[in-house]
Design a protein around this ligand. Sequence first.
Ligand code: DAH
Length: 342
Amino acid sequence: MEEQILLLKQEAINAFSAATKMEELESLKAKYLGRKGQLNSLLKRLPTMPQEVRPTLGKLLNQVKSDLENVFEEQTARLRRAELQAKLESEKIDITMPGLPFDAGNRHVLTAITQEIIDIFSGMGFEIAEGPEVETDQNNFVALNIPKDHPARDMQQTFYITSEILLRTHTSPVQIRGMRARYPRLPVRLIAPGTVYRRDQADARHSPIFHQVEGLAIGEGVRFSDLKGTLLVFARRMFGPDTVIRMRPSYFPFTEPSAEVDVSCTVCKGKGCRTCGGSGWLEILGSGMVHPSVIRNGGYDPERVTGFAFGMGVERIAMLKYGIDDLRLFLLNDIRFLSQFH
Ligand code: DAH
């Protein structure tokens, strides 16, 4: 019987070691070590053996049993490691594989242009100022030399909240607020981006809501040539280094003298084309030397300081820069349009 036990032991060890799956190992365990297993059936035969060999055989059977249990544990650990390894191999991520593309979105073209304008003027020492969109008639008109009965109001028929409060029609009231907030500091150099409102029917060239950037510089000895130089730098940064500007005499109640500023046509470079109506020039903004009474309304002494101001439409700059021909596109939220500007 001893030989049989040792043979069984060797057979079981070989079988455990050859197992490649946990289920296989489990059924081998039942076969050799289970209640109805082979080791147990040898144990059951023990009482039939001669009295004197029983203790030795009993001891041997127990020893083999615990040896086989150890082998089973070792083999279990081996298979678990192998299974984990296989799992890791099959689930390995290839980090060199290109990722799935996703839409990241982009700034609205008006936000981007406004930021570009701000960047250009900050580079020349202008600080950003803001004013409310709900403004007083006083700041929006009166302090800018546009009294109650002034015909200049006709062009800006607007949204009144009370007879004295309205949605601002331009960013020029920030000139007044900006000077008052800074007095007596000199020089004052600010740009004021923001939304403005006018009672206009929307079409390709009109919108009841649009955006402007106002500029103001106040100081001792500020001259018209400073205005021209500043705007030339702006035009070249915005539209390209070959751009030239021209200033035409104009009229605004809050500047004297006043000038309208044109840039050489961004499409034909000044030769004359459809975009510029054959003239070679495109109008981009209004400007001038700040009227003495506006300087006084801002709290400064027009005998001591002078200044220049300008105001431009953000939509217009965007239209000229990108050849956009309909103002409504800015408000329509059409992804096909908006995603073109990064
Ligand atoms: N506020 C004017 C408008 O909305 C634009 C403008 C013209 C602003 C001349 C200025 C300026 O500061 O000097 O039409």
